[in-house]
Design a protein around this ligand. Structure first.
Ligand code: TXA
Ligand code: MG
Length: 337
């Protein structure tokens, strides 16, 4: 069973020792918990793929803690990379750039590019700086499961398979970094995340493309232990949402639905007889991002036949990433227009 390590000076030293000898240590970042391995130890990197059951074709993100480390990993980064780094690092923006040949091929699944970021979390930074080398850190879940935002989530998914988890409490953002491909012009967002596209466009002074594929309907990419259904209410105003959600319960003929709803509408469901979980405020996407994965992990083990998610605001900003993650977990959309 994975050792739980406190984020003290001694704890960090212990985590660094494990990584240095080729072990796997999960640790908190500002987004979600990452499963760390020494990026320059190909055997350790391959173990990451194994324990996560991650497809070998899916590249890992290099986590660094300084610009000298950055420069040792990439080849000819464009000026735009430095502009974004100045604004957003340390922070939840992953840049995809040409890879330096010194970075082992195992890190980037054989691609000639590498995803790289400098996390803004004192525990992550101390571990990377302590090791003195970049650390690969995919989200510390089994492939396809929601990303972990607490040490307990990590233990639930991978406890038997990894050496240790540094318990730094809940992660502040709760949603993964934005992955931005800077090897094309215009740059392309490969995964929407904690830094919204609009902010990147503002800094670069130009358009950035959304290049993530929306999964085909009916195929859930996240493996939640229950069926998850989204409701399309065609932009109905907030006060009509409870009625629309209850209409979808009827259409689905759901006997014991679990409803994920917002702070603002929660009381309107109190007479519905359904199990209701609140995922945060419609006025505060940061709040929803922080709670989303945690609430999904609560909902999937409650008694009930289906999880139904109230429509959230569809405007840009962080809602793009939140709605993307919900879509990835869903296997059906019910239209109640
Ligand atoms: O917030 C985060 O990014 C978290 C924390 C732990 O840092 N990490 C994370 O890693 O979410 P992971 O492996 O679960 O997701 C990384 C994503 C994948 O979708 C992968 O395909 C993409 O980044 N990616 C990584 N390197 C890439 C590359 N060279 N080219 C294209 N996509 C890349
Ligand atoms: Mg992941």
């Amino acid at each position: 069973m994975a050792r739980i390590i406190e984020p003290t000076k001694e704890g960090i030293e212990e985590a660094v020792r494990i990584l240095d000898s080729g072990g796997l240590v999960a640790f908190p970042t500002e987004t979600v918990y990452g499963l760390g391995a020494d990026a320059f130890n190909p055997a350790a990197v391959m173990k990451v793929y194994e324990v996560k059951k991650r497809p070998r074709t899916s590249a890992l993100i290099l986590h660094i803690s300084g610009l000298d480390m950055f420069e040792g990993c990439v080849r000819d980064p464009p000026e735009e990379a430095y502009l974004l780094i100045k604004w957003f690092w340390p922070g939840p923006l992953t840049l995809v750039l040409r890879k330096d040949e010194r970075v082992p091929g195992a890190v980037s699944a054989g691609k000639d590019t590498v995803g790289i970021r400098w996390p803004a979390h004192p525990v992550a930074e101390a571990i990377i700086a302590g090791l003195g080398r970049p650390v690969v850190a995919p989200s510390a879940n089994r492939s396809g499961r929601p990303s972990p935002t607490t040490a307990k989530h990590v233990v639930d998914d991978l406890g038997d398979l990894i050496d240790a988890v540094v318990d730094g409490g809940e992660t502040p953002y709760g949603i993964e970094s934005t992955v931005l491909d800077l090897t094309t012009d215009p740059p392309r967002i490969l995964r929407p995340g904690a830094i919204p596209r609009e902010k990147i466009e503002e800094v670069l002074g130009k358009e950035v493309l959304d290049a993530y594929v929306t999964k085909p309907g009916g195929v859930a990419r996240y493996r939640i232990r229950k069926k998850l259904v989204m409701v399309d209410a065609c932009g109905a105003p907030e006060h009509e949402l409870p009625e629309k959600v209850m209409e979808s319960v009827n259409l689905l003929d759901a006997k014991s639905p679990i409803l994920l709803v917002s702070d603002e509408t929660a009381t309107a469901y109190s007479f519905s007889g359904a199990k209701v979980l609140v995922i945060g405020s419609r006025r505060n996407p940061l709040d929803v991002a922080k709670k989303l994965f945690k609430v999904l992990r609560v909902a999937e083990v409650l008694p009930g036949d289906v999880i139904i998610v109230e429509p959230l605001p569809s405007e840009g900003g962080l809602w793009a990433a939140i709605n993307h993650r919900i879509r990835e977990a869903s296997s059906k959309v019910v239209r109640v227009c």
